[in-house]
Each structure stands twice: as structure tokens, then as C-alpha cells.
Write a protein that binds this ligand. Structure first.
Ligand code: ZN
Length: 321
């Protein structure tokens, strides 16, 4: 099939690749211009909804293509390994890996951060903030002509409805789950953010997030991540992951069921600094242009994704120590 842009092409390739090693579901389609673009969900491993689950998400912001690339890269590699690696096959009998690698295909096709309705999907949830907000960037309901527009109050955009349903169904019944949502663009550092973004108050699993930070520090020595609550960088109103966290926390027995959504914000300003011509194209603000840099980004973060999968699988080994 002739596809419209490179990242969608790669998602299609992953769909073909899965072939019995996992399950692929067409979760919905988005019409933009004359095209109907798919949103795919992937599931690998155990069918037991209570099994430990690692969730990987990308392309929530259409401009941030590198997140979709990284999610597809990881999953493609997972399938490659599942074809011959018995240990991995046995691991996946006990855990689940689930993913929506391209949540906002309309925005990616149009080259916009927002979805085709002009809504920033990470400002769109009912989650409200009590912190000091930035003008516009923290989210607003003023106009889709302004960036960071959160849409109509109390109305989830179609893509977010899909995300919420997918996460509820595939992650929130797990005894232990970690989500990682892949973004790019903010600053020169790669940041690993845990909730909240709506407030500077500590989120309920602060101690668990701290333990994960310690494990990243000790298992990936010399890593490049700045690990902190998202609110340390800026406050967000309408954050979809704060919303999902609260849904889980308010409805589950949170002593027994743990769900921690993380964001990996790949600092793209370093790519711009090293190749200022990227500034001539808005795409270049969010994605590495040069091939060697692209490959380095894939390699650099693959280990982190693998570690998160293993932290889910072996949570009993570190969570209750
Ligand atoms: Zn983003």
C-alpha cells in the first residue's frame, strides 16, 4: 500500500511484521483531507489482563515523529527477538507489552502538534491544575488558532477517547503497569517525567517513582536522563496521563494495583544546536535530521525501554523490598 508519510509506512510494516507474535487492532480512523488514517493498537504476550504490563505510546503530538519512530523500532525489534529467543518468549507468557505508536496520524500528516481539530491532545483532558500556569503553554480553552488549545471543556477528542479506552482495557487491570509516552522538543536534555504535571504537590506513588529512578541510575550508569516530576518543568492543565492516573487511583485498590505513567521528553534543541539549518523547517525543531543522529537516538533510548519492560516483569523483585 502506498502510504502518505514515512512514520505511517513504518506502522504498516510493523502490522505486517507482527504475524502471530502479537495482536493488532484497528482502534479507529481519522479523516483528514481526502485520506482515512488508521490508529493501530498492538498487544504482545499474556492475555491475562492482570499480568504486569508495559505500555508504549507515541505520536500524540503530530510534529514529534521521533516518538513514533522509537516506539515502532522497539516493537519491531521485540518481534524480531520473539522469533528465536526462548527466554523472551517465556517472559512474554507472563507479561504484556501494549502500544499505540501513532495516536495522532492526522496531526502527523498535516505537520501539526495538535490533531486536525486544532486540539493539543495533551491539554484536552478534564484534569485541572492548581499550580502557577504559563500563558497558553500550560493549556487553554481560548481558540484552536492558538497553540496548546485544550478543546471544548469536558469533551475528549476522538484520539484521546481511543487512548483512554485502550489504556483502561489493556493496562488498568494489571497488578503492575508502567506507561511510557514518547515526546520530543523541550530543552537540550532528555527528561524522564513522572506525574503530576497538574500540580507541584507530590503524586501518590512518589516513592515508587523514586525507586525506579534509583534503578535507572544503578542499572544504566552514565545515563543521560533527568528524572523528575513533570511539574518541575512546567504545569499542565488537561494532561491526559494525569487524567488516566487519577482514574486508576480513584477506582482501584491502589495498595495492590500500581499504574505509573511516564513521559520521555527527548530534548531536541541539541539536534538543532548541532545542525542549525534544521531551524529552517519546523519539523527540524522536533526531530533529528541527520541519519547518524537518528540512529543514535534509536540506540540511545532502546535500553531504557527494555529496562522499563523488565521493571514491569520483575516488579516483585524491587517493589516490595
Ligand atoms: Zn509532545
Amino acid at each position: 500500500m502506498k502510504t502518505l508519510f514515512r512514520e505511517l509506512e513504518k506502522v504498516y510494516r510493523l502490522v505486517d511484521k507482527v504475524n502471530g507474535h502479537g495482536r493488532v487492532e484497528l482502534l479507529g480512523t481519522v479523516d483528514v483531507k481526502a485520506h482515512r488514517l488508521p490508529i493501530y493498537g498492538f498487544q504482545f504476550g499474556s492475555k491475562d489482563p492482570t499480568a504486569p504490563t508495559f505500555g508504549l505510546f507515541g505520536g500524540l503530538h503530530g510534529l514529534e515523529k521521533i516518538g513514533t519512530e522509537l516506539a515502532v523500532y522497539f516493537l519491531y525489534n521485540l518481534v524480531e527477538r520473539l522469533e528465536w529467543n526462548k527466554q523472551l518468549q517465556e517472559l512474554l507468557e507472563k507479561i504484556r507489552v501494549v502500544s499505540i505508536p501513532l495516536l495522532n496520524p492526522g496531526g502527523m500528516y498535516l505537520g501539526t502538534r495538535s490533531n486536525p481539530n486544532g486540539v493539543d491532545l495533551n491539554r484536552n483532558s478534564p484534569s485541572t491544575s492548581d499550580g502557577k500556569k504559563l500563558f497558553l503553554a500550560s493549556g487553554h480553552r481560548l481558540s484552536p488558532n492558538l497553540p496548546w488549545y485544550g478543546g471544548v471543556k469536558d469533551k475528549l477528542e476522538f484520539e484521546n477517547e481511543i487512548l483512554v479506552e485502550f489504556v483502561k482495557k489493556n493496562m488498568l487491570n494489571a497488578k503492575f503497569s508502567l506507561a511510557l509516552d514518547l515526546h520530543s522538543g523541550f530543552g537540550v536534555k532528555d527528561r524522564l517525567w513522572f506525574p503530576y504535571s497538574k500540580t507541584s504537590e507530590p503524586f501518590p506513588y512518589y516513592d515508587i517513582a523514586s525507586r525506579i529512578k534509583n534503578l535507572v541510575d544503578s542499572n544504566m550508569k552514565h545515563h543521560i536522563y533527568q528524572i523528575e516530576p513533570q511539574a518541575d518543568s512546567y504545569i499542565i492543565e488537561g494532561d491526559i496521563w494525569d487524567h488516566l492516573f487519577d482514574i486508576h487511583y480513584n477506582t482501584k485498590n491502589h495498595k495492590e494495583d500500581i499504574f505509573v505513567p511516564w513521559t520521555l521528553e527527548m530534548g531536541s534543541w541539541i539536534w538543532v544546536k548541532k545542525n542549525p539549518l534544521q531551524l529552517m523547517n519546523i519539523d527540524g525543531m522536533f526531530n533529528p535530521y541527520r541519519e547518524h543522529r537518528f540512529k543514535r537516538v534509536m540506540r540511545r533510548h532502546w535500553r531504557l525501554l527494555d529496562l522499563y519492560m523488565n521493571l514491569c516483569a520483575n516488579h516483585e523483585g524491587w517493589l516490595y523490598e
